[in-house]
Write a protein that binds this ligand. Structure first.
Ligand code: ZN
Ligand code: FE
Length: 259
């Protein structure tokens, strides 16, 4: 029996932890403290760390976790990521014998150039590429790159569970409603997720089906978002990556108005 837990870290990060009551793997342990506390409390040993990209809030635990557990550290091949033992790239498959799980590595640049995502066992660990009803900011890549990365997610099965690295869902939903308030699935999701947060529950994992229906950053092939982009660009038939860029620009402008 495998258990999957989002361990809260910092203000709004999640460290995703898989375990079978003995062995564990953790995704993006930016802060080792909550992870070590949990592992110790439950008598677990850490077999491996999976890293999505070089930002500190995803890699800050690598060194001390490797020292403490002698665990493998899978990460994109980037010298800015500490303590990597297994550099990964698009197309790699990585297996964990004890847990009986296997992940495929997808290159998903856009938020950063080195960003990878891990998909397996019906779950997608997408770091800061896709968020609940949102997506990562384009710090290093461009809109075409990010749209191509998100197209890889659109090709995954609808029931894939989406495990993002941050709890940004409510803020993302507030923005999405400004764009897409007539979307019944979005309105229902906002009510559900607001209730979950009010009770202290995570809004994640979501499903790819829900993201496809409600996340404006995954809807750049859809008529609603194409129409929105055509209006803001003052031109018909924008390309998919231009639709994505228009939505991303609108979100960046909206973020700047938030307290
Ligand atoms: Zn990041
Ligand atoms: Fe992050």
């Amino acid at each position: 029996m495998l258990t999957l837990i989002p361990l809260p870290a910092f203000d709004d990060n999640y460290i995703w932890l898989w375990h079978d009551a003995r062995h564990a793997i953790a995704v993006d342990p930016g802060d080792p403290v909550p992870l070590v506390t949990y592992l110790d409390a439950h008598g677990l040993t850490l077999d491996a760390v999976l890293v999505t990209h070089h930002h500190r809030d995803h890699t800050g635990g690598n060194r001390s976790l490797r020292d403490r557990y002698d665990c493998a550290v899978y990460a994109p091949d980037n010298p800015r990521i500490p303590a990597t033992t297994h550099p990964v790239r698009h197309g790699d498959a990585i297996g964990f014998e004890h847990l009986g799980v296997r992940f495929d590595v997808l290159a998903t640049p856009g938020h950063t150039l080195d960003h990878v995502s891990y998909v397996g066992h019906g779950h997608l660990f997408c770091g800061d590429t896709l968020f609940g009803c949102g997506c990562g900011r384009l710090f290093e890549g461009d809109a075409a790159m990010m749209a191509a990365s998100l197209d890889l997610f659109l090709a995954l099965p609808d029931d894939t569970r989406v495990c993002c690295a941050h709890e940004y869902t409510l803020s993302n939903l507030a923005f999405a409603l400004t764009l897409d308030g007539g979307n019944a699935a979005l309105v229902a999701r906002e009510q559900r997720d607001r209730a979950a947060r009010a009770e202290g529950h995570p809004t994640l994992p979501s499903t790819l089906a829900l993201e496809k229906a409600t996340n404006p950053f995954l809807r750049f092939h859809d008529d609603d978002m194409r129409h929105f982009a055509a209006q803001t660009l003052h031109r018909d038939n924008p390309m998919p990556h231009e639709v994505f860029a228009a939505v991303r620009a609108a979100k960046d402008a909206w973020d700047a108005t938030q307290p």
